[in-house]
Design a protein around this ligand. Structure first.
Ligand code: NAP
Length: 314
C-alpha cells in the first residue's frame, strides 16, 4: 500500500516465462498492488495498458509507483536505471545485472532518488530456508555439497539470452543455490577453484564445478549442470558437527538428520512472499541489495579453468 492506504500501482517489464508463471498470479492475489501497465516488445497482458518498452511505459503511465523487472539480466541495468531516475520503486529479478559495478550504481541511484531497490533472490523465499538458517545458527559446519542440475531444454525453452554474454549459462539457475547458501550460512564464502564447461558454439557455460571455502576453511563442493534429463535436482546438503541438513526442491523441502520438516513444491509461495517484502520495503522507503551470490559467480568466471565441450543447440 501507499501511505494513503491505496494499492501501489505497478508496471511489469519483460513479459516472458517468469512474469506469466509467477509475477502476474502473485500480483493478482495481493491487494497491496495493482498491476496497471506492462512493457514488452512482443507480448501483451489483458486488462492493463501495454507498451513496447519501459521508456514509453514511464511516459504513458506516469502515475505508477513501482516497476518490477522480469527481463533477462542483459536488459536489467538500463530498465532499472530508467525507473529509478523517474522516481519509481524497483523490484529486480535475479541475476541482478551483467556486471558487478552496475549493481553498485543502481544502489546509489536508488538512494539518490529516495526510492526502494529490491534486488531479489526468489529462492531465499522458499519454504525451508528460514528454518534452515535458524537450525544452522550456532552449529559448526564441517562439509557441504550443492547439486543443481536440470534439463535446460525443459526449464529454459528457446531462451537464447542464457547463452549470450551476460546470460550466465548454467549459473542462471545455479546462482539460486548460491543465494540460498549465502543466506543460511553465518560464515562468509569465497571461490577457491572453479572449472567451467563451455559448449563449443556458445558464450556461456553448460556445466560448472566450484570449490567454495568458508573463512574457517570448510569446503563446499558445488556442481551445476544443464544436461540432466528428467526431474531436476536442486539440493544443498550441509554437514555440521551436530547433525546434517538437506534442502531440496530449490529450498522448498527441508530435512534435518533425514527427518522431513518442510515439504513444499519448488517455487510454491516464493513470489507472494517476494511481493509482500517489496510492499514492506516501499512503505519504509528502504532498499535490499545483497550481491554476494553474483560476486561468487563473477569470481568463478575470474578464476575458473575453461573447458570446451560438445556444441549445444538451444
Ligand atoms: P523469458 O521467458 O525469456 O522472458 C523474458 C522476456 O523479457 C522476454 O519474453 C522478452 O519479451 C523480454 N526481453 C526484454 N529484453 C530482452 C532481451 N534483451 N532478450 C530477450 N528477452 C528480452 O525469460 P524468463 O525465464 O522469464 O526469465 C527472465 C528473468 O527472470 C531472468 O533474469 C531469469 O533469471 C529470471 N527468473 C526466471 C525463472 C524461470 O523459471 N524461468 C525463475 C526465476 C527467475 P519481449 O520480447 O516481449 O520484450
Amino acid at each position: 500500500m501507499c501511505g494513503d492506504g491505496m494499492p501501489l500501482k505497478l508496471g511489469l517489464v519483460g513479459i516472458g516465462k517468469i512474469a506469466r508463471d509467477q509475477h502476474i498470479p502473485a500480483l493478482a492475489a495481493d491487494p497491496r498492488f495493482e498491476l496497471v501497465a506492462c512493457a514488452s516488445r512482443h507480448a501483451r497482458v489483458e486488462g492493463v495498458a501495454n507498451f513496447a518498452d519501459i521508456q514509453t511505459l514511464l511516459a504513458g503511465a506516469p502515475h505508477i509507483d513501482a516497476i518490477s523487472i522480469c527481463t533477462p539480466p542483459q536488459a536489467h541495468f538500463e530498465a532499472a536505471l530508467c525507473a529509478l531516475r523517474a522516481g519509481k520503486h524497483v523490484m529486480l529479478e535475479k541475476p541482478p545485472a551483467t556486471t558487478t559495478r552496475q549493481i553498485v550504481l543502481l544502489q546509489s541511484e536508488a538512494a539518490r532518488h529516495g526510492c526502494t531497490l529490491f534486488q531479489t533472490w526468489h529462492s531465499r523465499f522458499a519454504a525451508g530456508v528460514d528454518a534452515a538458517r535458524e537450525w544452522l545458527r550456532g552449529r559448526t559446519l564441517a562439509a557441504g555439497t550443492i547439486t543443481w542440475k536440470e534439463d535446460v531444454h525443459h526449464w529454459h525453452p528457446g531462451q537464447q539470452w542464457i547463452w549470450e554474454p551476460g546470460g550466465l549459462g548454467v549459473f542462471d539457475p545455479g546462482i539460486n543455490a548460491l543465494s540460498v547458501l549465502t543466506e543460511v550460512l553465518s560464515e562468509e564464502l569465497f571461490v577457491q577453484t572453479a572449472a567451467l564447461e563451455f559448449p563449443q558454439n556458445q558464450q556461456a557455460p553448460i556445466g560448472a564445478r566450484l570449490a567454495l571455502h568458508t573463512q574457517a576453511s570448510v569446503e563446499i563442493n558445488a556442481e551445476f549442470d544443464f544436461r540432466q534429463k528428467g526431474e531436476p535436482t536442486w539440493d544443498i546438503q550441509l554437514v555440521t558437527t551436530s547433525g546434517r541438513l538437506r534442502l531440496s526442491r530449490g529450498g522448498a523441502a527441508l530435512e534435518i538428520d533425514g527427518r522431513p520438516l518442510e515439504g513444499n513444491d519448488a517455487l510454491a509461495g516464493e513470489y507472494p512472499r517476494l511481493y509482500a517484502r517489496f510492499a514492506q520495503l516501499c512503505a519504509a522507503r528502504r532498499s535490499e541489495v545483497d550481491w554476494r551470490p553474483f560476486q561468487l559467480v563473477a569470481d568463478a568466471f575470474l578464476v575458473g579453468e575453461r573447458r570446451i565441450v560438445a556444441a549445444h543447440q538451444v
